[in-house]
Design a protein around this ligand. Structure first.
Ligand SMILES: Nc1ncnc2c1ncn2[C@@H]1O[C@H](COP(=O)(O)OP(=O)(O)OP(=O)(O)O)[C@@H](O)[C@H]1O
Ligand SMILES: [Mg+2]
Length: 461
């Protein structure tokens, strides 16, 4: 791979860290700019394949101003920002970036996002070429499936953005979240936005298959391959050929089948029971409400399969952690069921709105939907004035702050890092980091260990 990347980032450590990740993965970094004007100068000298832009920069202009210019110049770009509040995200989205990474991120996230961004850029360039030949103007895929996912909280806005991006590639996606948070809805959206939308989306509930039939259900069997196999059977993977397979409740999959899955993921081939191997072209989306890391530690889920699936995780937060979506969803379901039942209901009483926010929603969006359906059925006036909520599931008054602010730990990490950089990673002795920070060496070492600060991650070899 020889794609060139320009980094536009005013924080020295972040920029350095990013450069390290990119170079390690075989990209060429054309430069690091700390302001929009420097970035434009650098681009004039050498046009990069893609630009990674922080939103807050030195100087008067922001990353979003640069994004607008890059779009005009038809240069691919994606944003990296610690700030994911709604107004910034909306402004960023208006510039149509190829991705948005919320800091802090892992190196794996950066590389997957970059890969997808470059792929999208290539696709857009090719489709504008063919559209130009056909006399049409270029367009990204229709976003209708996204409209069915209601939510405008920062977390959901990020997720919608990720769905749009990942749907354009064949990357495996792992959807995590409590029951009823919308995992299946997300899987459907990814399939319907993807180039595979005209082929099948095959759903397999790994938790509901009888243990002795799972293998044949998934991989198929040849006639006579075991007692009772009277006819040949085409398994789910083959049914999904050219399309998508959605492996729901992947955490329930027995260990012996996990090995076979790994093979499909790696080799893209399956083996019918009693038959030969054959290639299949399927996109894999898996979901679970289990904590897979816990399952791994209990020896119930294979680490290698987890790594293979966890390339692009999408974590759906529980409803109680996205307060601003509760009312939006309540209105959405109110309208849906009022229309369906032919009732004229315009909204909720103040008391009901209070109850919606105070409740903990252990069953998440599914529970909200069911309660709305029931309330609409029972309502006699134009407002919903009561809710039949289970008792004792309220929340405390503590509000959840959804805007992204640095935690104490992140602050501490950044501060220690900046001092270490300043003294060239000298930890002890005169002019060393421990002395500058006025703490003893062993305390500093243990803080570094706890915060995951390692020299090799931040310094060039
Ligand atoms: N953001 C959303 N906007 C609109 N409807 C939603 C949203 N999230 C979930 N729903 C609806 O809530 C119900 C439950 O969603 P879904 O079946 O996708 O959840 P799930 O995470 O797969 O749950 P489980 O783990 O129990 O299988 C569905 O009817 C779905 O359409
Ligand atoms: Mg589900």
């Amino acid at each position: 791979m020889n794609t060139s990347v320009l980094i536009v980032e005013d924080e020295f450590i972040e920029a350095n860290n990013l450069e390290e990740i990119l170079v390690g993965a075989g990209y060429t970094v054309t430069g690091i700019a700390r302001s929009v004007s420097t970035a434009l100068n650098m681009i004039e000298k050498r046009r990069p394949g893609i630009v990674m832009v922080d939103i807050r920069l030195q100087g008067n202009l922001t990353g979003i101003d640069l994004g607008m210019k890059l779009r005009e110049m038809k240069i691919a770009f994606l944003y990296l920002s610690a700030n994911s509040n709604k107004s910034i995200l909306d402004a960023a989205k208006a510039t149509k970036p190829y991705g948005f990474l919320v800091k802090p991120f892992r190196s794996k996230d950066v590389l997957v996002m970059l890969d997808i961004a470059l792929y999208l850029h290539k696709q857009a360039a090719e489709s504008s070429k063919t559209d130009a030949l056909n006399g049409k103007s270029g367009n990204l895929p229709a976003s209708r499936p996204l409209k069915e996912i209601v939510g405008s909280s920062p977390a959901m806005t990020d997720i919608l953005n990720h769905i749009q991006v990942v749907s354009q590639s064949d990357t495996a996606v792992l959807i995590l979240g409590e029951s009823g948070t919308g995992k299946e809805l997300v899987a459907q959206a990814i399939h319907h936005l993807s180039g595979r939308r005209d082929k099948a989306l095959v759903v397999v509930n790994c938790g509901a298959l009888p243990a002795n039939l799972i293998e044949s259900e998934l991989f198929g069997h040849e006639k006579g391959s075991f007692t009772g196999a009277f006819n040949k059977r085409i398994g789910k993977f083959e049914q999904a050929d050219g399309g998508t397979i959605f492996l729901d409740e992947i955490g329930e999959l027995p260990l012996d089948l996990q090995v076979k899955f790994l093979r499909v993921l790696q080799e893209k081939e399956i083996e019918r029971i009693g038959g030969s191997t054959r290639k299949v072209d399927v996109r894999i989306i898996a979901a679970t409400n289990k904590n897979l890391e816990e399952e791994i530690s209990k020896g119930q889920f294979r680490l290698d399969l987890y790594y293979r699936l966890n390339i692009f995780p999408i974590c759906l937060p529980p409803l109680r952690e996205r307060q601003s979506d509760i009312q939006l969803l309540a209105n959405y379901f109110l309208k849906k069921y009022a229309d369906r039942q032919g009732k004229e209901i315009t909204g909720f009483s103040d008391e009901v709105i209070g109850m919606l926010h105070a409740y903990s929603w252990p069953g998440n969006v599914r529970e909200l939907e069911n309660i709305m359906e029931r309330s609409v059925l029972l309502a006699s006036g134009s407002l919903i004035t009561s809710l039949a909520l289970p008792k004792g599931k309220g929340r405390g008054p503590a509000e959840i702050d959804e805007s992204r602010i640095k935690t104490m730990e992140e602050n501490e990490r950044d501060h220690i890092l900046s001092i270490l950089m300043k003294c060239n990673w000298k930890v002890y002795g005169e002019g060393g980091a421990a002395e500058l920070l006025k703490i003893n060496v062993s305390t500093l070492n243990s803080r570094m260990k706890k915060l995951g600060i390692e020299k090799k991650r931040y310094m060039k070899k």
